[in-house]
Design a protein around this ligand. Structure first.
Ligand code: AMP
Length: 310
């Protein structure tokens, strides 16, 4: 840790406090994330460490680079590439006005980052504007990629499970406290208790973020709880029938909802989005996860036909 000089606190995230810091040798500015998992008995489990270290190999210009993982004294510090601001702050600064080219560019970069990680079987599982970082030159980078599985999947033996339960209790407490956790970007299958996640979980969140970009920061489904969240989704997209989504009724937390009809067009929902943009949005927001478009397919969508990547 002597290698870095802490400059200022820049945020409070899902896993801990984030500081701006300077590498004393290279003078490079970085973001330090101190992970709050103060398990006195066991420290940070090697399995979690291994998974995080794998993320160091996730090198792509639309993924925030994890430079280093520092582990000492039962403390874990992740050293990330520094970015100027997150998308939530960006929305606040653009005063409800985001030009269509910026929307397209951000969406393209979000999908590029997702396609890269999904091709390596890494899921994000908690995509939201706070996790999308923006640079001065309009580059968008996904942050916190792959950290959810490193901390949350209780699969490796009794002691690891015990550790995770303890860690989760601490985390959910902190999450509630700092209002970080949000339902707004969670797909209906997960809201109904699906336990088997696939890349489709991130594609739903990308759809919600696309609509939010098109509306310059107005969230699409700002639900208050799981029930309200599902109602908001079904009121807009229509309650899925068993023909449209056969496995829905078998999900652990499934319960029936009124049969809302689908809104015929998304014009009133995202008035500034072109018709090809609305079509892409519709393909991202499929309630049945199997029908949701993949990141790779989305990049080939006609919405991007006139887009020249920088
Ligand atoms: P997170 O744990 O990624 O949700 O981080 C919480 C907040 O800290 C974010 O919303 C950002 O505002 C800030 N932050 C996280 N990572 C970085 C980074 N690499 N560069 C600059 N700011 C960051």
């Amino acid at each position: 840790m002597q290698k870095y000089e802490k400059l200022e606190k820049i945020g409070e995230g899902t896993y801990g406090t984030v500081f701006k810091a300077k590498n004393r040798e290279t003078h490079e500015i970085v973001a330090l994330k101190r992970v709050r998992l103060d398990d006195d008995d066991e420290g940070v489990p090697s399995s979690a460490l291994r998974e995080i270290c794998l993320l160091k190999e996730l090198k792509h210009k639309n993924i925030v680079r994890l430079h280093d993982v520092l582990h000492s004294d039962k403390k874990l510090t992740l050293v990330f590439e520094y970015c100027d601001q997150d998308l939530k702050k960006y929305f606040d600064s653009c005063n409800g006005d985001l030009d269509p080219e910026t929307v397209k560019s951000f969406m393209y970069q979000l999908l590029k980052g997702l396609a890269f990680c999904h091709s390596r079987n890494v899921l994000h599982r908690d995509l939201k504007p706070q996790n999308l970082l923006i640079n001065r030159n309009g580059e968008l980078k996904l942050a916190d990629f792959g950290l959810a599985p490193a901390f949350c999947i209780p699969v490796r033996g009794f002691f690891f499970r015990l550790y995770i339960i303890k860690a989760l209790c601490q985390m959910s407490f902190q999450l509630l406290e700092s209002q970080v956790v949000t339902l707004w970007y969670r797909p209906p299958d997960v809201l109904f208790g699906a336990k088997l996640y696939s890349t489709s979980i991130d594609m739903w969140s990308a759809g919600c973020i696309f609509a939010e970009l098109a509306n310059a920061g107005r969230p699409l489904f700002p639900g208050n709880d799981v029930d309200d969240q599902l109602k908001r989704i079904f009121r807009l997209l229509g309650t899925p029938t068993e023909e449209q989504w056969q496995t829905m009724t078998k999900l652990p937390d499934y319960k029936p909802y009124p049969m809302y009809p689908a809104t015929t067009s998304l014009v009133n929902v995202v008035p500034k989005l072109s018709s090809t943009g609305r079509d892409l949005l519709q393909n991202l927001l499929k309630c049945n996860p199997v029908q949701r478009i993949s990141a790779e397919e989305a990049l080939q969508h006609p919405y991007f036909a006139d887009f020249c990547p920088p």
